[in-house]
Design a protein around this ligand. Sequence first.
Ligand code: B16
Ligand code: MG
Length: 215
Amino acid sequence: DIQGFIFDLDGVLTDTAEFHYLAWQRLADQEGIPFNRQANEALRGISRRASLMLIVGDRPYSEAQLEEMMERKNGYYVDLIQNMTSRDLSLGAIELLNELRQAGIKIAIGSASKNARTVVERLGIADKIDAIADGYSVQKPKPAPDLFLYAANLLKLKPEQCVVVEDATAGVEAALAAGMWTVGLGPAERVGAAHVVLPNLAGVKWTDLKAKLNS
Ligand code: B16
Ligand code: MG
């Protein structure tokens, strides 16, 4: 029986992808590295370091320079998310969170971001979340199952009792590898491997989802 939900944050409960993009673009411009919105698509849901490595490619940066660039990008990103409010919640998110809580389902965040706690606070949903697994929780990033297993453990649930909601290919892979029910948000080319694929959270009801996951 399903007793817990683990929500990815960026791209699922809110759209911080634009802020990540603006911060990476600023860094790339300063470094004279070609980058654009399309290149940014490949960074969806992957860790800060893996994102930077995709941007710099085979340019010979030292470890110290890479660290500095990650910090610089994060500074821009942290500035951008200070202005977030509950208005930045994805359409349908608050309704689904409320319905799940009323049904006694436990709720966790499973995000690769080291800024997940700040974003949860800014969105005003901290009181609806039972546990947060974030960029500090495990060593191996998605597509490894570690982060979602860590989240399930915080909820004291078994993998098969959990539903993961993800927008990224790496996240869907991580959820399946963890042995959890998986809801993919977005185009089938991106999240088609999930058990259920939906465009976004708008109008999504737990009662409907439950029926889909059981069939
Ligand atoms: P940070 P998610 C991911 O969050 C983002 O989708 C990804 O673009 C970002 O690089 C990653 O977090 C790390 O974020 O630099 O803030 O630690 O989708 O797993 O909620
Ligand atoms: Mg995501």
